[in-house]
Write a protein that binds this ligand. Structure first.
Ligand SMILES: *Cc1c(COP(=O)(O)O)cnc(C)c1O
Length: 353
């Protein structure tokens, strides 16, 4: 930044694939073969062999019959929710859901009921009196707190109330589970027809775009009725080719997830020794709650002076009084990098309990 080299602890490139030589090579070859832009929407002529192959490989990876590419995760959420719900229906949202899930339900015209973070008992009460089609929406890994949705309870509730469940696993896919299949694998849950999985490709996959995974009926329905799928230019095919390369690495190189977990554990041990109170997160998202927005900005600035980049996250991105440093880790961080972060935090932060 401004000509200065900084050590970053704020990227969502959790596995370090955005700059991987194999992903870059696939991107270049994809551009040479297919050009830069896709030239049209999927339904007109923008959908090519690269998109198609990626969809098949993503479906096989997560274990669903089909997958459908969207240009971004934000658009995928808008598309799927407004296709499934309308006036007279009900959307249930965890209070800490990502903005795109909140906006998606609003756009659909359905009634929106928000339940306390992770509180399946509260959700049950709300579901008992709800009208119309019911859709429960949740992050798999919560983007600002790093904790994990109680998928088994949510699936049980949706079954009991003849509802559907949409899990946005933007921060879980590639990272959680032995095979990197995300929050479902982490929780030991199987995908089933009433469950819709959204994955994004701009985070652990290191590229760009998103997909919805589900059965044939769901995917065919979305191709006809998800407006953010139908009325937008298809992802550049070279991005699809790059993502195919990164998907292979996600599957083949389990050491990246193991290295990430080691750095997370190192940070949590060190931060606890320094007297920091951390949230209960086993994911690469490790928030350091500072409360006051001004304090968060000061600490972020003090880290920056020590060559470390962690921007302050302030309301309205997080609740009032919840300003924080959202520290995130990458498989390519070294032991020394994490030591540098801990040393800088020790001097940059105000007195701790
Ligand atoms: C990043 C993110 C999105 C948006 O994905 P993009 O591809 O960046 O539009 C959606 N949901 C969650 C939980 C996210 O963290």
């Amino acid at each position: 930044m401004d000509g200065e080299r900084l050590l970053s602890f704020c990227s969502n490139d959790y596995l370090g694939l955005a700059n991987d030589a194999r992903v870059l090579a696939a991107f270049k070859q994809g551009a040479e073969r297919f050009g830069v832009g896709s030239g049209a929407s999927h339904l007109v002529s923008g959908h090519g062999v690269a998109h198609h192959a990626l969809e098949e490989e993503l479906a096989a990876f997560v274990g669903t019959p089909r997958a459908l590419l969207f240009s971004t995760g934000y658009m995928a959420n808008l598309g799927v929710v407004s296709a499934l719900l309308g006036r007279g229906d009900t959307a249930f949202e965890d209070k800490l859901n990502h903005a795109s899930l909140i906006d998606a339900a609003r756009l659909s015209g359905a009634a929106v009921k928000r339940y306390r973070h992770l509180d399946a008992a509260r959700l049950k009460t709300l579901m008992e009196t709800a009208q119309g089609e019911k859709l429960v929406l949740t992050d798999g890994v919560f983007s600002m707190d790093g904790d994990v949705a109680p998928l088994a309870s949510l699936m049980e509730l949706t079954r009991a109330h003849d509802a559907r469940l949409l899990v946005d696993d933007a921060h879980g896919l590639g990272v959680l589970g032995e095979g990197g299949r995300g929050t479902f694998e982490h929780c030991g849950c199987q995908l089933e027809p009433a469950v819709i999985l959204l994955g994004t490709l701009g985070k652990a996959f290191g590229t760009f775009g998103a997909f919805i995974a589900g059965d044939d009926d769901l995917i065919e329905f979305l191709i006809q009725s998800a407006r953010s799928y139908v009325y937008t230019t298809a992802l550049p095919p070279a991005v699809a080719e790059a993502t195919r390369a990164s998907l292979r690495i996600v599957q083949d190189e389990g050491w990246r997830r193991a290295a990430l977990q080691e750095r997370i554990a190192q940070f949590r041990r060190g931060a606890a020794q320094l007297g920091f109170k951390l949230l209960d997160s086993q994911t690469p998202i490790q928030p350091l709650i500072l409360g006051d927005a001004g304090v968060a900005v000061q600490v972020s600035e003090a880290l920056r002076q020590r060559g470390i980049l962690v921007p302050a996250i302030r309301p309205p991105t997080v609740p009032a009084g919840g300003a924080r440093l959202r520290i995130s880790f990458c498989a390519l961080h070294s032991v020394q990098h994490v030591e540098r972060l801990l040393e800088a935090l020790a001097v940059a932060t105000p007195a701790r309990a």
